[in-house]
Design a protein. Structure first.
Length: 116
């Protein structure tokens, strides 16, 4: 089992910045993928960014150049710096951990609201 605890959501004005963090605990192999997904009201959950334990990164097109994902394999954390936030980034952001067997684990989610 893997437990994920997120932090860092909140209210920010358009053009502002936020940093999300997620800490993983439990028993798991070092080969895995961590990342962030989001779900806006009335929409399906979508991938935002992922990073493998080997350092390969993938971003959803709308966040490229604005969001930066990083991870610390020793501390078992994943973070995402979000800059130039837009109202359409408003959503609940979920930390995700996928083990080498393809099993997904999810955090409880943290709300990001971008509004003036």
């Amino acid at each position: 089992q893997v437990q994920l605890v997120e932090s860092g959501g909140g209210l920010v004005q358009p053009g502002g910045s936020l940093r999300l963090s997620c800490a993983a605990s439990g028993s798991f192999f070092s080969t895995n993928v961590m990342g962030w997904y989001r779900q806006a009201p009335g929409k399906q959950r979508e991938l935002v960014a992922t990073v493998t334990s080997g350092g390969s990164i993938n971003y959803e097109d709308s966040v490229k150049g604005r969001f930066t994902i990083s991870r610390d394999n020793v501390k078992k954390t994943v973070s995402m710096q979000m800059n130039n936030l837009k109202p359409e980034d408003t959503a609940v952001y979920y930390c995700n951990f996928r083990n080498r067997g393809g099993v997904n684990y999810w955090g409880k989610g943290t709300l990001v609201t971008v509004s003036s």
